[in-house]
Design a protein around this ligand. Sequence first.
Ligand code: SAH
Length: 200
Amino acid sequence: MSFFNKSYRHCPPWDIGRAQHEFVRLEKEGKINSPVLDVGCGTGENVLFLAKLGYEVTGIDSAKIALRKARMKAAQRGLSAEFMLYDALKLLALARKFATVIDSGLFHVFSDEERPVFTSNLAAIILPGGIYHMLCFSELEPGSWGPRRVSQDEIRFAFSKGWEIEYLSAAQFETNFDNDCCRAWLSSIRYKEKLPVVEH
Ligand code: SAH
C-alpha cells in the first residue's frame, strides 16, 4: 500500500478537517474562478469549502482511501463536488480545462525529475490566462520530518517557461499537531503559453 493510502487509514497531520486558511483568504480576495481543479485533494476539505460557496470544483488524488473519505464528507454535508482517482503526473489525459488549479501540499511531494512532468501536464489542463495557486513547505521550516522542503528559487525555476509568477510569499501550512502551522510558500502562478507535454 502506498505511503499516502497508509496515512489516510488514520488522520494524517495535514488533514485538518477544514480548508487551509491560505485558500480561504484567496477565495475572499476573489482569486478563484470556476471551474476549479484541486490537485492532490486528499479528503477534500478545500474542494468542499469551494463547493459550498457555489464553485464548480473537481478534486483528484491518487489515494483511494482519501477519495472515499472525501465522497463521504460531500454526501454528509449535502455538497456537490466531483472526486476522481487520478495521477497528477498524467493530467493531460483528463482532456478538460480549468480556470483555477489549487494545490495544497502536492507540489512538494514531487522529485526533481517529476517536477517538469507535473508542470507540463498542468499546462495541458489549465486555460490560457488561468491561475495555479500552490501552497508548499518552505526550506525555512526546520527539522527533517514531513515532506520535502522547497525554496523560492526552485519554484521560480520549475515555472520559468510559459508561466508568470504573480505572487510568491511566506505563508503558513496548518497541521493538526496542536493546531500548529509550518512555514510554507504560497505562490500564484499564471499560465501564459502552450507548452509541449513532457512524457512520464
Ligand atoms: N491537499 C490535501 C492533501 C495534501 S497531502 C490537503 O491539503 O489536505 C498530498 C496529497 O497528494 C495526498 O493526498 C496524496 O495522496 C496526493 N498525491 C501524491 N502524489 C500524487 C499524484 N501523483 N497524483 C495525485 N495525487 C497525489
